[in-house]
Design a protein around this ligand. Structure first.
Ligand SMILES: C[S@@+](CC[C@H](N)C(=O)[O-])C[C@H]1O[C@@H](n2cnc3c(N)ncnc32)[C@H](O)[C@@H]1O
Length: 322
């Protein structure tokens, strides 16, 4: 039996949108085996030595986009669009190899931990990082407390009275998890969660990581320079910085908060300064809008890139903005 412990625990935050957990259980559910990844990315895995473990475990855990908690089938579609390119890039450039130490991949701001779960299932040593106490509670519950798929019923929208079409939209429930980490992950899977603020945790881990896979995270920064600087410092030369997400800076609509809000054009030279090679695939990925998990998706302009760390040392300093 696995138990995924916290690798670190530092400053946590408690935002308002936690899913409501019901403790109801139900009789063993038929397992829904939905693939997370597109056929192309999963087929490429067959050449990888550790891929045998991945095939049985690439289905939805919990709705992975915490802002709207869509039903699992909708969530799966979004994960393919948003996580598929990240996972595909890792498979192409940094595949796990039999007999070798698994590549270490950090997933900052991982929400409910879906991405590190997928990577661990594929043979990576994956670490999720999150500072929201509510997110951590959710991922802990699924990783460590759920015994079988669809064993619990949650009501993700029950406190959400806005933007309903039907009178009982907010009473719609979702069964979780649709895949259970305890049974889906192989016994030797390497998955951990680092609880706390990203900069505080990774700011003093120079060169310790083979890759950073960030999904919908960079724009959570108050000072994005600081995030990028930390990512550059934690990657070994040749390590990969793979990103998917928009520049919808989280603090931009809060007049009382100071934040650095740059365009991609302004940000790019700063990132490329630490990159020996880079590959920008343009705008992909998909987030969700608020709206009771209905098909009311927004289309954030996501930036997807793969940057290979050069040997340029990380000098200078970026100030935190609190
Ligand atoms: C937009 S969500 C994306 C979640 C997840 N990566 C996904 O793709 O669904 C951003 C997440 O980053 C977390 N976060 C924001 N700032 C953080 C920080 N400085 N350190 C750690 N986590 C942070 C938030 O709590 C939130 O769960």
């Amino acid at each position: 039996m696995h138990r995924y412990s916290l690798a670190h625990s530092r400053r946590l935050s408690c935002p308002a949108n936690a899913p409501c957990l019901s403790s109801q259980t139900r009789a063993p559910a038929e397992l829904r085996r939905r693939r997370l990844l597109s056929p192309s990315s999963s087929s490429s895995s067959s050449s990888s030595s550790s891929s045998s473990s991945s095939s049985s475990s690439s289905s939805a855990l919990v709705p992975s986009l915490p802002s709207s908690c869509p039903p699992p089938e909708e969530g799966a579609e979004e994960r393919v669009a948003s996580y598929g390119p990240l996972v595909g890039a890792l498979r192409r450039h940094l595949p796990p190899r039999r007999g070798q130490r698994p590549p270490r991949v950090a997933c900052p701001g991982c929400g409910l931990g879906r991405l590190p779960f997928e990577l661990a299932a594929m043979g990576y040593e994956a670490q999720g990082n999150e500072f929201s106490y509510h997110m951590l509670l959710g991922s802990h519950f699924v990783l460590n407390c759920c015994l079988e798929p669809e064993s619990h019923e949650i009501f993700p929208f029950v406190l959400c009275s806005a933007n309903r079409r039907g009178a009982s939209d907010h009473l719609r429930s979702v069964r979780i998890p649709d895949v259970c980490p305890r049974t889906a992950l192989p016994p030797n899977a390497r998955l951990s969660m680092a609880a706390g603020e990203f900069v505080e945790i990774y700011g003093d881990q120079p060169g310790e990581w083979d890759a950073v896979a960030s999904a919908f995270f960079l724009d959570t920064a108050k000072n994005i320079f600081l995030y990028i600087r930390v990512i550059a410092s934690m990657l070994r030369p040749g390590g990969l910085f793979i990103n998917m997400g928009p520049l919808l800076f989280h603090y931009s609509h809060m007049p009382s908060q100071v934040s650095v809000e740059l365009s991609w054009e302004e940000l790019r030279p700063f990132i490329w300064g630490w990159a020996a090679r880079r590959d920008v695939a343009g705008e992909e990925g998909r987030g969700t809008t608020e709206g009771m998990g209905r098909r009311e998706r927004g289309s954030p302009r996501c930036k997807y890139f793969v940057a290979k760390r050069n040997t340029e040392p990380v000098t200078g300093k970026s100030n935190p903005v609190y």
